[in-house]
Design a protein around this ligand. Sequence first.
Ligand code: ATP
Length: 285
Amino acid sequence: MWLPAARSHMPPAIETEDLSKSYGSTTAVRGLDLSVPRGEVYGFLGPNGAGKTTTIRMLTTLTSPSGGEAYIAGEPVTDRSAVVDELGFLPETPPVYGELTGREQLEYVAGLREFDDWDRIERLLERFDLADDADRRVDTYSKGMKQKLGLVQALLHRPTVVFLDEPTSGLDPRAARTVRDVIAEVAAEDTTVFLSTHILPVVEELADTVGVLYDGRLVAEGSPAELTDGVEAGSTLEDVFLEVTEESPEGGGSPAAIDARSGRGDSGTGPAAMGSGNESTSDDG
Ligand code: ATP
């Protein structure tokens, strides 16, 4: 792949090496190795409790890793001041203040980030069909309106990486379409989108690369086409998901792993086998 000289020397947007997190005796993330380039949409899948939120919380500096390394745009996540401007985050529940109006909320966040492109705020409000409600208090907003406001504030400062946890949750079909279009647009402008969702068609449509987490380990990684080809002709991402997250009948709990990038599809190797499984514990959970 050809890259402009300046960009080819830039560190990946997200990089982790043997990243792990434990809460007491529960290991939520085990030996995770990720490398996500700039401008890529990375679909992050996994069953409930697989460790997706924990991974995102480590990558957004909200919780500290128990082991391993993680970098955003080449800076360690343990140095919050170095990475905070590179990050945007829409958690499952958008962090908005009910007592502010929508516009005040965005101005507040812009102020925290010393961002003063007011035209961009107005453009994004229009884009998400929030302009007519921007002077109403957020506590009068519907769930979907709060979700859209949360997305605008995550994207406002043109972060290097935006982490989106179920960004289309609660949205009507038109708003969900807008969100999918905006994800594609920001990626085209070189923002990396780390997209965690259970809505597989959204991932199938948007993701350049898909990673599937199961019990804290990456058990499949590749483009949607690489992953579906690795199962059988005509399969969907749902088939891949079901295959790699199915417990073995013997009760061993180890699912089949697919490492599309290395052309392997088997039950003991692949991404799951790449980490060393650092299971140190941390006291912050
Ligand atoms: P979901 O799809 O349901 O949101 P997830 O993949 O985001 O799930 P996590 O929330 O990361 O999963 O949880 C991974 C594991 O870590 C689970 O076993 C969960 O119970 C545990 N866990 C997460 N946060 C904490 C915490 N603060 N204290 C103790 N255990 C935790």
